[in-house]
Design a protein. Structure first.
Length: 364
């Protein structure tokens, strides 16, 4: 899928913007001064694809001041069926809205998300390597979902079951009742962990390959921690730890505590690597995930790169972009200017100027 047209209205400072994209040059670069609205363009594509922004959970702040709702519309070209697909969403400050696919109302965001897989690399993506495990879980689960769509419902059923067990733990319910609920939780936890582990095996191989291509780092290791002790079944683990969970008032371990651990020479990366090296590891994770999507027949992943140039020297910046271009993905990225992009990259790039919330295609 290739987005050929994008219309945004009422999101941050973007008003009545309409842009067309060249189907040949798949990299679109939005340049402009600070506060011009470049990141907001990427945010709009993210909202369309996922229903959420990547930088704010507050709709009140995302929707432009003085208006009630945002509207985002895209037209995409589907090469496999040689047809166009129109996706439109609108959302108001209460989170209510409407989504349409080729004009037909649809109920679930999941339908759009599976059609429009999107991967973001933005300044907050550093959290993938230095932030709390939640970021890495979200990253991994997004990957699992795109190769196994049923994972979405599995994860939400697990969340619900864990919530029920926690309520029983907090109310000091009878252990026999807690055990009855635990059985369902265990089945869901096992299925989730199995899906994650399978995905992780493939991610690890790709990640190590990309790290070798992008960096000079040696002995970079990535491990998957499923969220509870390696040696024991989840059922036995929960049973043995029931007293402690009752004391805590919640299920302390399980898939909700899973993590990806990245180390270099056996040391935590955040303690020993520079900002640029950390960013390259983030890029490697993103590229690895993209390659996996591709391997699973999903060649449609869109990449949103917000301020890729920052922290990367010219050589590494262009290396990352070359890898992305070689994958044939549609890329939307931002930068304050054109400095530091190689001529080869710029030849394959469509440049747009963003100024005070208005977008115009460069005529140079
Ligand atoms: N709800 C809103 N309504 C109207 N304008 C908003 C709203 N939220 C943010 N803005 C403004 O919209 C603009 C959005 O900027 P954005 O972050 O997209 O800029 P940018 O071009 O990426 O800048 P930078 O280079 O500094 O990262 C800013 O000028 C901001 O003050």
């Amino acid at each position: 899928m290739l987005i050929t047209q994008l219309k945004i209205d009422g999101l941050r400072n973007l008003k009545q913007c309409s842009v067309s994209f060249d189907p040949i040059r798949k990299v679109s670069l939005f340049i402009g001064n600070n506060g011009a609205g470049k990141t907001s363009v990427l945010e709009a594509i993210h909202c369309l694809a996922t229903g959420n922004s990547f930088r704010s959970s507050s709709l009140k702040h995302l929707i432009a001041q003085g208006v009630d709702a945002y509207t985002i519309f895209s037209k995409s070209y589907l090469s496999h069926s040689d047809s166009d697909l129109a996706i439109g969403v609108t959302k108001n400050k209460d989170g209510k809205g409407e989504a349409r696919l080729n004009g037909e109302k649809i109920k679930s965001q999941e339908t759009i998300s599976s059609l429009l897989p999107v991967i973001v690399l933005e300044p907050g993506s550093f959290d993938l390597v230095i932030g709390s495990p939640e970021y890495r879980r979200r990253f991994m689960d997004w990957g699992v979902f795109h190769v196994k769509h049923e994972f979405w419902s599995l994860a939400s059923r697990f969340k619900k079951a864990a919530k029920q067990r926690n309520a029983l733990l907090r109310s000091h319910a009878a252990p026999s009742l807690i055990r009855t609920f635990t059985r369902q939780l265990v089945n869901l936890a096992d299925s989730m962990s199995e899906a994650r582990l399978e995905y992780f095996g493939a991610l690890k191989d790709e990640f190590e390959r990309v790290v070798a291509q992008l960096t000079d780092l040696e002995n970079v290791e990535i491990r998957y921690n499923r969220g509870w002790s390696k040696e024991v079944d989840y059922a036995d683990y929960l049973d043995a730890n029931l007293e402690k969970d009752l004391e805590a008032g919640y299920t302390r371990y399980g898939p909700h505590r899973a993590d990806l651990i990245i180390r270099v020479n056996g040391l935590p990366v955040k303690e020993v690597l520079s900002r640029g090296q950390l960013k390259l590891l983030v890029c490697a994770l993103v590229l690895a995930q993209c390659r996996l999507f591709e391997r699973h027949g999903n060649n449609e992943t869109l990449l949103l790169l917000d301020d890729l140039p920052s922290e990367l020297d010219e050589e590494h910046r262009n290396k990352v972009l070359q890898q992305l271009i070689a994958m044939g993905r549609q890329v939307f990225m931002t930068s304050v200017d054109l400095g530091g992009f190689s001529r080869t990259i710029l030849e394959q790039t469509q440049v747009f100027h963003v100024k005070q919330g208005k977008i115009t295609a460069s005529t140079d």
